[in-house]
Design a protein around this ligand. Structure first.
Ligand SMILES: [Zn+2]
Ligand SMILES: [Zn+2]
Length: 95
């Protein structure tokens, strides 16, 4: 009587730790600014606002976004302008 139990130990596959986003929780939670959809206009068209970051770049065509910051009340592209606007202190250094 031989009860051979197959105990297949899974080989530890290559641990892929390539994309680890490290952000300090405290910094993230200090200010709570969230992007929100610009409310639709009364005529049913999707609301749009000029992105203040894109608009601040001289020589660049103005860009409109359907998102804005609820707290700041300004239009912002979700990427990358929303982050830029809330991380750069000098508005002339958005680039
Ligand atoms: Zn923008
Ligand atoms: Zn904001």
């Amino acid at each position: 009587m031989d009860s051979s139990s197959e105990c297949s130990i899974p080989q530890s596959s290559s641990t892929q730790s390539g994309l680890v986003v490290v952000t300090s929780p405290s910094a993230r939670l200090v200010e709570r600014h969230f992007p929100d959809k610009v409310p639709s206009r009364q005529n049913g068209k999707p609301g749009q606002r000029n992105c203040v970051v894109c608009s601040s770049k001289s020589g660049r065509p103005r860009k409109t976004s359907t998102y804005y910051c609820k707290i700041c009340g300004v239009g912002l592209c979700v990427v990358p302008c929303f982050e830029l606007y809330h991380t750069k202190t000098n508005p002339s250094c958005y680039i």
